[in-house]
Design a protein around this ligand. Structure first.
Ligand code: SAH
Length: 378
């Protein structure tokens, strides 16, 4: 039994889904409002760079408790005069009934309408700031159109396959029941190659142990096609590597490392995102930027300035300490600063030199994309 089967059978997210201090893990948007605000500004900056299209959809994959979208919506509200002629809608892709209820509460104050009959949109409502919100189980159901996609700590939650190189070729790491110990699962190597070993390993692979998340590949392909056809951008933020790491599959329960094979379905199972695989799966349909470390991305987005403003505006010491503590959590290389990265998909034309057509040899600078290069405040 591969991990995929394990996840489908026990359904951690559809049954437990413990995000937050009382759950199994805490994410950056749960730590600081600044995180979501800067991401909101990233989308606005891309919207302006695209010539302020008349409408855009913000599509979040796996919104958790809805905190990130809530913080982004606050930015959109603050920039209401800029967005006044733009038709904005929110589209959330979420499989967990429990988390979708929490999102509905957070974003609409609970004013939602369930649509059990509708196979694609299972719930809809209006945000506290007056923007329509729709819920789906699958990205394929979200209408096409100019869209900004967001996946924060989403891809790491998807099931992976594990492989090992042996003298006889690639073998898949599977899970079976330990015949010696009751109720205990164990890892075994497939005796021969499996369909997954034949289909999911890149011919040029140099590592001896590899984790592949085909579901992430399919979703990225889908996002790349959508951006190529309809325009927009995707921002992916997660812990991960650029095709270098090998054994990262692990479990968390009550904020502590947890053996992935014990008590299946009760812990958050996760594996680092392989950004090199995501890049490959775009199949050249879009340009990609990153991965760039979270602390560099947030610094480029102006987190230091935002922190100063919040510190100046806060009246009490406790709030100021909280602001500094959450800044440290997000930025410290030993905490989330170095292990989380940002990665973007953008239409090719977004990164084309503006005067290339006329003077192909010209060395004019590329149009900057916020976050991936320093934001110059003039
Ligand atoms: N983005 C949030 C939550 C991350 S946890 C944050 O940063 O706080 C992962 C989220 O993805 C949860 O909301 C979970 O229910 C959702 N999820 C997991 N697998 C999914 C799938 N296959 N399709 C859609 N959502 C999924």
């Amino acid at each position: 039994m591969s991990r995929k089967n394990l996840t489908v059978i026990t359904g951690y997210y559809t049954r437990r889904g413990g995000i937050g201090e009382s759950g199994d893990f805490v994410t950056s948007p749960e730590i600081s409002q600044v995180f979501g605000e800067l991401i909101g500004i990233w989308y606005i900056s891309e919207w302006i760079a695209a010539g302020k299209p008349k409408a855009f959809q913000l599509v979040e994959m796996g919104p958790g408790r809805g905190t990130l979208t809530d913080d982004i919506l606050r930015v959109f509200k603050q920039l209401a005069s800029l967005l006044s002629k733009c038709d904005v809608s929110i589209h959330l892709v979420e499989v967990s009934p429990k988390l979708s209820e929490i999102q509905a509460q957070m974003l609409t104050g609970g004013k939602v309408q369930s649509n059990p009959e509708d196979k694609s949109v299972y719930m809809k409502g209006i945000s506290k700031t007056g923007i329509p919100i729709f819920w789906y189980r699958d990205i394929q159901d979200v209408p096409l159109g100019y869209s900004f996609y967001l996946a924060h700590e989403f891809f790491d939650a998807l099931p992976i396959h594990k492989f090992q190189r042996t003298d006889k070729g690639w073998r898949e790491v599977l899970v079976d029941i330990d015949p010696e110990v009751p109720d205990q699962l164990r890892f075994v190597l497939s005796p021969s190659s499996t369909p997954a070993t034949q289909n999911f390993i890149q011919p040029e692979e140099t590592r001896d142990h590899v984790e592949v998340c085909p579901e992430a590949g399919v979703i990225i392909q889908n996002l790349a096609c959508r951006i190529e056809k309809g325009g927009g951008a995707a921002l992916v933020a997660d812990y991960g590597h650029d095709g270098t790491k090998t054994d990262t599959f692990r479990g968390f329960r009550n904020h502590k490392l947890h053996d992935v094979l014990s008590a299946p379905g009760t812990a958050d199972l996760t594996a680092d995102v392989d950004f090199s695989y995501l890049r490959k799966m775009t199949q050249g349909r879009t340009a990609t930027l990153g991965p760039i470390k979270q602390r560099e991305f947030l610094k480029n987005m102006g987190i230091d300035l935002r922190l100063q403003v919040l510190l100046q505006n806060s009246r009490d010491t406790a709030t100021r300490e909280q602001l500094l503590h959450s800044y440290d959590m997000l930025m410290n290389p030993k905490k989330m600063g170095d292990c989380f990265s940002f990665f973007a998909l953008l239409p090719h034309h977004r990164l084309a030199r503006p005067d290339k057509k006329h003077k192909p040899e010209s060395e004019s600078p590329l149009p900057p994309v916020a976050g991936f290069s320093e934001l110059l405040l003039k």
